[in-house]
Design a protein around this ligand. Structure first.
Ligand code: SIN
Length: 279
């Protein structure tokens, strides 16, 4: 097995992986160790990587099978299955920052992605951090009465909720046609590998809770979001060149920060890994 280190970055979320070059083959033992660390720490930061789009795609598969994005058009030129996020898009005079409020990815899918990853290609000189909050700890710290209330509830996740706090930018008619029917998912899900319960929230996609009036559902989601986004649940990633960050959508929510000079470009390759039906 190759020699490398995995070092936790907070007491609850995030670990740094140093000493591996993912453009080289990764042996089975190393792969298993990385996947165990992923289920335990929820966010892994692999330092000092140098990827072409194709190398990134190969490295990603250490963590599972690739899952396509809804917005198929947002791909790296010449690489239809390597996506990106950037601060390039302006719609109606307003800049679109993908992922600007806390969410979990593609939860509108019946089988949402277990993981998402970014590889930093261009970064602003300061700012543009990604924040992660630990949804296992957020669930564990709920009062018993709230746990009893939310356990067993199901939420309807659509492509873009009419109650979403932000838009998702442009999507082509072709991509929209292939968006699957809404995902109906438990508000509390159990992680298949670490066995822990987690709140599964996404104000961008949740349009209703089954059996509840929308006003009550929105008030419940709002309260759970305020609880879950407290700072003691957070790992805040400050990007460095060479960073490859992967997060577990079953364990954390995340958000991008638009707090940097928009004359500078922020551009990261983005891939997702297939997940299972939330239970
Ligand atoms: C995202 O939500 O995937 C984007 C996160 C980021 O750009 O930091």
């Amino acid at each position: 097995m190759t020699s490398f280190t995995i070092t936790p970055m907070t007491g609850h979320t995030g670990a740094e992986v140093v000493g591996l070059d993912f453009t080289k083959p990764i042996d089975g033992e190393t792969r298993a160790s990385l996947n165990r660390a992923f289920a335990q720490h929820h966010v892994l930061v692999m330092r000092d990587q140098h990827f072409s789009p194709d190398q990134f795609k190969v490295a990603a598969q250490v963590f599972g099978e690739l899952k396509p994005h809804d917005k198929k058009e947002t791909h790296v030129p010449g690489h239809p299955d390597v996506y990106y996020v950037s601060n390039d898009e302006v719609v109606n005079g307003k800049r679109v920052i993908p992922g600007e409020t806390f969410h979990t990815d593609h939860s509108n899918h019946p089988r949402p992605p277990k993981a998402t990853m970014l590889y930093a290609v261009e970064l602003p000189s300061r700012g543009g951090d990604t924040q992660y909050v630990n949804m296992h700890d957020a669930y564990d710290e709920l009062p018993a009465a709230t746990k009893q209330k939310v356990d067993g509830l199901k939420a309807v996740h659509v492509y873009l909720s009419k109650y979403s706090p932000r838009s998702l930018g442009k999507i082509t008619a072709d991509s929209l046609r292939d968006v699957p029917p809404p995902g109906i998912h438990p508000l509390v899900r159990t992680h298949p590998e670490n066995g822990r319960k987690a709140l599964y929230l996404n104000p961008v996609r949740i349009e209703s809770i089954v059996g509840m009036e929308d006003t009550d559902a929105l008030a419940l989601i709002d309260g759970l979001m305020r609880h879950s986004t407290q700072q003691h649940f957070e790992y805040r990633h400050k990007w460095r060149h060479g960073d490859w960050v992967i997060w577990d959508n079953r364990s954390v929510m995340h958000q991008a920060n638009p707090d940097y000079d928009m004359n500078e470009r922020r551009y990261l390759y983005r891939l997702m890994i297939q997940g299972e039906v939330p239970a």
